[in-house]
Design a protein around this ligand. Structure first.
Ligand code: DGL
Length: 277
């Protein structure tokens, strides 16, 4: 079991921002990454739809023998974390939620901006976190429709990306925010552009390092850590175009991979199957 892979999934390439931190923090661990690019973006979809996709991806990861699962997507975590934990009670399942608590501790102006998808803001998880941790500050919620798509398309810099970011950042800047939470795993891939546009006085928070550290603690407590000298193997699956995904992995996290295709099977239960090579 200790040598089994960690399953990590997202609607697309965004979860790679979590994957790179997991690999950095736990270099002996093997991983299995699923990008559901047939359905990206998740952010504008209904909770039922997203849950159906996530449970099928969970089945796939568990059938591949994953010892733990990281839902490397705020949107999927917002609506599917509890259903996944109920369906797979024997597997530790970690989710992502916007890093509101650290932002509240950091802000000096008392105004915190949060960038996320509509489904994340509508989810119970986010509401509960804000209710629990942010009563002392003003939280400016910025729905960023289309930003995950820009990252999927590799549009990470240049006038088009800057214009979209300026549009999303303006209300938070106008409100006096001095801390911005990246509440979607796609957004760390434009963190440099965001930092350039907001200037040095603004803290921009990516939760991925904290998630990787939390995963390490969970594995340690469950006696699930791989042997320190283990040779890690990283496999990637996409329900989109494997070659385009391979290029995105190289561009975004500098890893060479040969991803495997997943296909959605219609039927009463959504099923995700590997395409025979
Ligand atoms: N990466 C996902 C997140 O963290 C969402 C992007 C999307 O599919 O809308 O919310």
């Amino acid at each position: 079991m200790r040598g089994a892979p960690i399953g990590i999934f997202d609607s697309g390439v965004g979860g790679l921002s979590v994957w790179r931190q997991v690999v950095h923090c736990l270099p002996g661990e093997s991983t299995l990454y699923v990008a559901d690019q047939a359905h990206v973006p998740y952010g504008n979809r209904s909770a039922d739809e997203i849950q159906g996709y996530c449970l099928a991806i969970g089945e796939h990861l568990v059938s591949q023998g994953c010892k733990a699962i990281v839902v490397a997507c705020n949107t999927a975590s917002a609506v599917a974390l509890e259903p996944l934990r109920t369906r797979f009670p024997g597997v530790p399942i970690l989710g992502l939620e916007p890093a509101v608590k650290p932002a509240v501790q950091l802000t000096r102006s008392g105004v915190v901006g949060v960038m996320a998808t509509p489904a994340t803001f509508q989810g119970q998880l986010y509401r509960a976190t804000v209710g629990r941790t942010a009563s002392s500050v003003r939280v400016v919620e910025q729905v960023c429709i289309g930003l995950a798509d820009l990252v999927e398309q590799g549009d990470l810099e240049g006038p088009h990306c800057d214009a979209a970011l300026e549009h999303f950042l303006a209300p938070m800047l106008a409100a006096g925010a001095d801390t911005i939470v990246l509440g979607c795993t796609h957004y760390p891939f434009v963190i440099e552009a965001i930092r350039r546009l907001v200037g040095p006085g603004m803290a921009v928070l990516d939760p991925a390092p904290a998630v990787a550290k939390h995963l390490a603690d969970v594995l340690r407590q469950g006696d699930l850590l791989a042997e320190p000298a283990a040779a890690a193997e990283h496999r990637f699956f996409t329900s989109g175009d494997p070659q385009a995904f391979d290029r995105a992995v190289a561009r975004l996290v500098g890893a060479q991979c040969c991803s495997e295709a997943l296909i959605w099977r219609p039927g009463p239960l959504l099923q995700l199957q590997s395409e025979p090579l």
